[in-house]
Design a protein. Structure first.
Length: 552
């Protein structure tokens, strides 16, 4: 039932209005609300606009009484006075068509006011335009659908302004984190100093532990601590919050941006804490405020009869909702820190002033790291694990002792790498490199690097020939190889073997050619053939011919 004013005040409103007073002046003079003055003036105008009672004998709907509708059509609608008809005429009435067109186009009152000032030289104030637009759009509010949930289905989460913390003469602002179970309205409140991801997760975990179970869904707004990218259809949660949901077996559903009615239960719950528990209170520490909130939840909030459900909050939670909650995991959510890092040129990322190695293909790219007091885990942006390292002291590097091929990154082992490179160029290059390393030690690394560069310019075959010449002549400097390369290929020298398994010794050939001395004994010379005798081939032989043959 609406509030009623006394008849004397109502008559005074009518009398002052007839004298030409404005509604604001009447409200100030009579100490009543201006809306009350406007309502009574509008009602009197409606009463005056009603038709007179028809005289007896006139029929309904006759021409003598055209204001009366025919039988069965119901009473006529009362005439509603136009805007500005019940009080001082608004300056916007002259621009009614323009304002209505702007409203239909979706323009705000501020934009309509700006257009009137620029295009039509409007002299009124912005407040007058705002009131005029509010009256025209008063009946177009959209309906909000009420959502009620089954036990254990949903909990709504939000932050609100907490009570100030006064310590050592300094006042510090606090925030109240509140979780409300949608069915029973059982709530949990905790005061924090920051609205970051770590505070959000720890307070939410404390709420679930206090409830003794986990609801199936958690409805939150798009706070930065939990939502990396706000999107009604496919929001992106921060990696740590997403891992928290997987650990507890629940789902976080962010609301549509700028739609607080999607979590109206916790919105009203935060207001209830601010107005009832923390109003006009100051605490000496955050622990003191949390202790008071714990007492207030159990002794005040849980003992009330909720205005909507008409149920005892604590009893409804104990009887209906707590048995419907999902069980808690055996272990709390692990406490760790995380963040995004850039991979340096040496294939390391910096975490807490220590350096941890990642695969070389991620140089210059972003990775995601998670670390606690014992381990450091590195992920790519698809949350695929790249490596796990033991936590190091600041300034240390976690480079593995060997790479993918089992080779160490120490300086002494780097010479092994360059010797292997030299052996791949050719056998003589490998021999020359090994001799250089034995002679110079670690200082030979740069020489071997220069050998690899020569192979790129001259080719492997040519460099291997030059290294063979250098090994033969004992040239163990890189400049000697360069000089041999500049001289060009040398003519090949023929070398003869003294013995061969197939070829006879030269001495044997000499004995065959000169059989005068065999085994150190002189052979017996044949006697002189008689004159006129013939040899085996029919030729005549004499002593002179035999001697000639022997000498030859």
């Amino acid at each position: 039932m609406a509030n009623q004013i006394k008849m004397a005040i109502r008559d005074s409103i009518y009398g002052l209005y007839d004298r030409g007073w404005s509604q604001r002046r009447i409200a100030v003079a009579l100490d009543v609300d201006r809306e009350t003055v406007s309502r009574h003036i509008r009602l009197r105008t409606v009463e005056r606009a009603k038709p007179a009672i028809p005289p007896a004998g006139n029929e309904m709907g006759s021409p003598a009484n055209p204001a009366i509708s025919p039988a069965g059509s119901g009473p006529p609608e009362p005439a509603i006075p136009p805007i500005g008809a019940t009080g001082r005429r608004s300056a916007c009435c002259a621009h009614d068509a323009t304002i209505r067109a702007g409203i239909e186009s979706g323009l705000t009152a501020q934009r309509i006011f700006q257009d009137l000032r620029i295009e039509q030289s409007f002299c009124g104030s912005y407040d007058s335009v705002k009131r005029y637009v509010r009256r025209l759009t008063a009946g177009v509010a959209q309906r909000v659908q009420r959502m009620e949930c089954a036990p254990g289905e949903e909990a709504q989460v939000d932050f609100g302004m907490g009570a100030p913390i006064l310590a050592d003469g300094h006042k510090r602002r606090s925030w109240v984190f509140r979780v409300v179970l949608s069915h029973s309205r059982k709530a949990y409140s905790e005061a924090v100093f920051r609205q970051d991801t770590e505070s959000f997760i720890r307070a939410l975990e404390n709420a679930l532990r206090a409830f003794g179970g986990v609801p199936k869904t958690l409805v939150i707004d798009n706070l930065r601590a939990a939502v990396a990218r706000a999107d009604w259809y496919e929001p992106d949660l921060t990696p740590k919050v997403a891992e928290f949901c997987r650990h507890y077996g629940t789902v976080i559903l962010p609301t549509r941006p700028r739609h607080p009615e999607h979590k109206g239960k916790v919105e009203r719950g935060v207001g209830y804490v601010k107005s009832n528990a923390l109003k006009a209170r100051t605490f000496a520490s955050l622990a003191e405020e949390n202790a008071y909130l714990t007492w207030w939840e159990s002794q005040v909030a849980d003992q009330r009869i909720h205005g909507t459900t008409r149920q005892h909050v604590g009893q409804c939670f104990a009887d209906r909702e707590r048995p419907a909650l999902q069980p808690l995991p055996p272990m709390p959510f692990p406490c760790y820190q995380e963040g995004q890092r850039a991979v340096h040129r040496d294939s390391h990322v910096e975490v807490a002033k220590a350096y941890y190695e990642v695969p070389a293909e991620y140089i210059g790219r972003q990775v995601w790291v998670r670390y606690d007091g014992r381990l450091v885990r590195v992920f790519n942006l698809r949350m695929e694990l790249l490596g796990t390292h033991a936590r190091l002291e600041p300034g240390q590097f976690s480079s593995a002792s060997t790479d993918a091929r089992g080779r160490c990154h120490e300086v002494s082992r780097t010479a092994d790498y360059w010797c292997e490179r030299a052996e791949a160029l050719g056998p003589w290059c490998g021999e020359w490199a090994q001799r250089i390393r034995m002679e110079r030690g670690v200082a030979a690394i740069r020489v071997l690097m220069g050998l690899a560069q020569l192979a790129k310019r001259t080719g492997r075959a040519r460099l291997d020939q030059v290294c063979a010449q250098a090994v033969e002549h004992g040239a163990w400097r890189l400049r000697d190889l360069r000089r041999l390369l500049e001289q060009g290929p040398q003519p090949q020298q023929l070398t003869f073997m003294e013995k061969h398994p197939v070829i006879r010794d030269l001495g044997e050939y000499g004995r065959l050619v000169n059989p005068l001395e065999i085994d150190g004994q002189a052979p017996e010379l044949p006697t002189a053939a008689p004159a006129g005798s013939r040899g085996p081939f029919g030729a005549s032989m004499d002593n002179s011919s035999v001697a000639t043959a022997t000498v030859n």
